[in-house]
Design a protein around this ligand. Sequence first.
Ligand code: NAD
Length: 256
Amino acid sequence: MGKLDGRVVIVTGAARGQGEQEVRLFAAEGAEVVVADVLDDQGAALAKELGALYVHLDVSEESDWRSAVAAARDAHGRIDGLVNNAGILRFNSLVDTPLDEFMQVVRVNQVGCFLGIRTVAPEMGDGGTIVNTASYTGVTGMAAVGAYAATKHAILGLTRVAALELAARKIRVNAMCPGAIDTAMSNPAQLDPAADAEEASRGLDRFYRKLVPLGRIGKPEEVARLALFLSCDDSSYITGQPFVIDGGWLAGVSIV
Ligand code: NAD
């Protein structure tokens, strides 16, 4: 028995990184996953490997959401789960951030999450689950990522309101707040064929040893296991909550 047997789950930004590990784990647990991304070649190849459906879904586009939901319904007849995982990061101080850059981050991270909830929840059966990917920067500040942190704080607000509004249909809505995770977002060497991504990972471990009590950067597989917990019956009495997964980074600072 898998933890998601027979459930149909859409995961956005699923072509790589945390989303990829989420669809791999969910499929292994018996779900029919819908791999959604703007990286069509990568996403379609992954979906093919998993025997799953791929949909082109720019999460900031209403019409893409409508098409993705229609494709999922056509293929499987139902939708039980959504993981709003797609996200982008831009580095800038607030005073140097152009409005266009700020709005680009808002459109993908915040509007994307809103449109996902608004489009998918009405199509879900009672007892569905929504998992929104916020961030460590959704619960505390971090210099140089102001637009990103603002959207991740907003995702927690959306999560709480959606949990309240959808509880009558037993749809549970929770959020994940990952710290530093070893994907292309934190480790761009993964996207550079000329770079040694494993050596870059070891460098990130050395860097985060100073900041993170558990002494290393997190793995996307670890976040996928939290997404699974929040998408299956193991979390049946939990809704409206942020879950920090950060190796203890947010616990405080050590003076020894
Ligand atoms: P990633 O960059 O490897 O993956 C992001 C995915 O989102 C990619 O597949 C990308 O194509 C997709 N995407 C980007 N814009 C999109 C759009 N408009 N529509 C649909 N898909 C789009 O990074 P990741 O770490 O796997 O990121 C997953 C989520 O985790 C993001 O929401 C990110 O903000 C969050 N997060 C990441 C970290 C980290 O350190 N890596 C920490 C906290 C939170």
